[in-house]
Design a protein around this ligand. Structure first.
Ligand SMILES: Cc1cc2nc3c(=O)[nH]c(=O)nc-3n(C[C@H](O)[C@H](O)[C@H](O)COP(=O)(O)OP(=O)(O)OC[C@H]3O[C@@H](n4cnc5c(N)ncnc54)[C@H](O)[C@@H]3O)c2cc1C
Length: 308
């Protein structure tokens, strides 16, 4: 970490809540389900798909995990029937993974059961490497009863190609992302070019299989390479989509839609937005850099989706 990043991190606790609210407002769909639904419906009317994420992670008690699960059940009910292929994204640590793997699985099965009866998709986010094995185990178990479930795979990890190879027999839905967590060099690639190369290897592997390919990135270089690959392999739009975060890369968003490629936006919501935003910034100083850039380019003046 360089001096600039260290300076950003040490000053984060001093960032006033009101300022962070204005910055986070672009990336968070709302503090409440009502706010979320307004945003989701608007995005659907613009031809976008959405995946809804209940904000939070690493709960400290089974009761908190149960509350988060119940929130998922409610939001699944409310997004059911809206837009094209409504979906939720789930962090297993919010459902209790760090307390007890079995508890997280039980909670996830409640979520997938509700999703199945509501015709809503479910995707598992991939968290830091201390949770990768457990996430893959739980994915396989849940997939047996709910084949529509998907899983995120991080292109920065040395292990990911092998993980994907082992998953292919399930005809899985895989979200390929670079990976947001700061991992050790022993487990993760650090070079930007190497991560891009690995990203494309994983994309090619999934495109060759019978699964569903979700390419999550705002890197226009990668989007162009993915489009070329999809064209050359004649992958139809029923088998793939691009994914981006709400509030990020809006020019690229229009480019993807102009090419008639399906695009899904990741829409986090919930009262935990402040802690979530601070944690994200601490984990990823590069993201703090983007935010600072936004501060100076005036994006901070856009109040975004959070209520005043
Ligand atoms: C839909 C979706 C789901 C994801 N799920 C996971 C997951 O489950 N596990 C995981 O580890 N990671 C996940 N990520 C994060 C991902 O791994 C990357 O950290 C993130 O997308 C940045 O990588 P990039 O491919 O966009 O390329 P980068 O080169 O990092 O970014 C390209 C450009 O996009 C802009 N940008 C990127 N991210 C941001 C941001 N947060 N705020 C503002 N501008 C930004 C910048 O202008 C940057 O120059 C997800 C990302 C998306 C889009």
């Amino acid at each position: 970490m360089n001096l600039f990043h260290s300076a950003i991190l040490s000053s984060l606790p001093l960032v006033p809540r009101s300022l962070l609210r204005r910055v986070a407002g672009r990336y968070i769909a709302g503090e409440t389900r009502e706010g979320l639904l307004r945003v989701v419906k608007r995005l659907h009317s613009e031809g976008l798909r959405t995946t809804v994420d209940v904000l939070g992670e690493n709960v400290a008690s089974p009761e908190e995990a149960q509350r988060a699960t119940e929130e998922y059940l409610r939001v699944i009910q409310e997004i059911s029937g809206t837009g094209d292929s409504p979906e939720v994204s789930v962090k297993l640590s919010l459902l209790g993974l760090r307390l007890d793997e079995r508890l997280a699985l039980e909670h996830l099965l409640q979520v997938t059961q509700k999703a199945a009866s509501s015709k809503v998709g479910v995707f598992l986010d991939m968290e830091d490497t201390s949770t990768t094995d457990a996430t893959l185990r739980i994915y396989r178990y849940a997939h047996a009863g709910f084949p529509r479930i998907g899983i995120a795979i991080q292109a920065c990890l040395h292990r990911s190609l092998k993980d994907v190879l082992e998953l292919l027999a399930l005809r899985p839905a895989i979200r390929v992302c670079k990976g947001i967590y700061n991992e050790a060099e022993t487990v993760a690639l650090k070079d930007r070019r190497a991560i891009r190369e690995n990203y494309m290897k994983i994309v090619a592997l999934v495109a060759n299989g019978d699964g569903y390919l979700a390419m999550a990135t705002h890197d226009s270089w990668l989007v162009d390479r993915c489009q070329e690959l999809l064209r050359s392999r004649r992958v139809g739009p029923e088998s793939y989509e691009f994914q981006m975060l709400l509030g990020v890369g809006e020019a690229l968003r229009s480019q993807i839609l102009r090419a008639s490629s399906p695009l899904r936006l990741y829409c986090p919501y919930g009262p935990d937005w402040y802690a979530y935003s601070l944690r994200r910034l601490k984990e990823n100083p590069r993201m703090a850099g983007y935010i600072l850039k936004n501060l100076f380019t005036g994006a901070v003046l856009d109040r975004g989706h959070l209520d005043p």
